[in-house]
Design a protein around this ligand. Sequence first.
Ligand SMILES: Cc1cc2nc3c(=O)[nH]c(=O)nc-3n(C[C@H](O)[C@H](O)[C@H](O)COP(=O)(O)OP(=O)(O)OC[C@H]3O[C@@H](n4cnc5c(N)ncnc54)[C@H](O)[C@@H]3O)c2cc1C
Length: 477
Amino acid sequence: MKHRSEHDLVVLGSGIAGQTTATTATEAGLDVLLVEKQPALGGSSAMSGGWFAFSGTPEQTEEGIEDSEDLFRHDLLEGGGHLNDPDLVDTYLAHQHAAHRFLKDHGVRFREVAISSGMSAARGHNSEIKEVLATLHAAFAAAGGTTLTGTAAQRLLTDDGRVVGVLAEGPDGPVELYGRRGVVLATGGFSRGTEMLKVFAPEQLAAIPYGGRGNTGDGLRMAWRLGAGMADMSFVAATYGSHPETGEEFHELLTAYYMGAIVVNTAGRRFVDESIDYKALGRAVLDQPGGLGVQVFDSRVRAQSHRGIPLKDMDTLQELGHLHEADTLEELAGLAGVAPEGLVATIERYNAAVAGKAADEQGRTGLCNGVGELTPIDAPPYYAYPAKALMTTTYCGVTVTPDAQVTTVDGEPIGGLYAVGEVVGGFHGATYITGTSLGKGAVFGHMLGAALAGTDPQRENSGEQRQDSSEQEEVAA
Ligand SMILES: Cc1cc2nc3c(=O)[nH]c(=O)nc-3n(C[C@H](O)[C@H](O)[C@H](O)COP(=O)(O)OP(=O)(O)OC[C@H]3O[C@@H](n4cnc5c(N)ncnc54)[C@H](O)[C@@H]3O)c2cc1C
């Protein structure tokens, strides 16, 4: 006989999206079951760089950073090629402060604010993401939430068209898990889903496989069986750049190109404007021989390394032997497997363009997204970091309403079925801006958890929002 259990809410997936939803709903009084396919919690979130994108925060004010909701909206829509759903973008902007506060109320400390891919102001807020997830889970458990690991959701269960639960495969066999207020898909993307990548982005199979081991697109398939719509499926792209021997324990992505590096191929030639978003760079690098792009820079850029901060940590990369150093460009080229005469000529042309003596051959005008003054590469020692595109994430998926209800291909909400995080399509459009995925998971997860519990997500302290869950049954029905 199948094991059966019933709760107020069933949340599938334990990354930032699932955990924020589950913790918010549990702290607001719901009986929540968090279901994770892998033996360990965290998914891609736990492997990530920990950057959350928020605008108008106290951290930005402290650093004297000028930013605004309008500028953030502009970046999201421009980056997305105006193909993103503006209602989802507006919802993110409207709820970002509530999510930021929720994280900080749970002890999250943002240790650095920086500009990165697709931003025109510094709005990446860096956290120790593993600690964030552990803290959220501890709060979830302390508030009475239940967690099942090693349990893979397989099929949504419906009653008269409404999703009422899920059939899953647990360590001891099949289980039926029911959620009186519904089921939340927080199952992430399909960066590890070879079969799905073959369908939607076969050229990306050349990138280094990465992301959470359980991220094979299960949530998408379950929702599609019920007629869910899909969005942004044609924009799957790997992120540039990680060393070809990157491991899973250490987050090895370096964006020295946003600090002044150029990127060359093995012939020593540039092939792209290095200031564009790193998904577009990923596409450009996949087209180069061996799928390799070498980040080349000098001691000025090297001095900007920040140990322990993902995307900026050149110290650790050098200790790992992945970052080459030499006193001359010729010697550096030899170490990095790049044609020396090609590299020397490229840097001569680049430095001439930076000095205003010629137009840049790739049209580059700034360090990152058009912002920041370019510097010449002429202060030895010189450095080279050979890197490939890393298939971290997919950022496309089911269509949802702004309140996270999954909709059908015809735009009708599917009763009882919600989705948050990377499994959702339509928010990013053509590209992803750093920090907007952890951000999206936290923003929509917090909003949904509170809404399903019948509380106001904008209110400061979720502790005061506890109600008897039986009184709230109508709200989510
Ligand atoms: C190396 C790397 C660096 C990144 N850096 C950043 C960054 O700094 N900022 C940022 O915003 N984004 C970043 N991203 C992207 C971001 O981490 C993810 O998009 C985001 O964490 C997704 O969160 P999620 O909760 O939706 O999914 P995940 O964190 O992937 O969680 C989904 C969970 O669902 C589980 N699951 C899947 N199928 C089932 C099933 N059938 N039943 C039960 N459970 C299931 C998975 O095992 C997984 O644990 C990065 C990604 C990577 C890989």
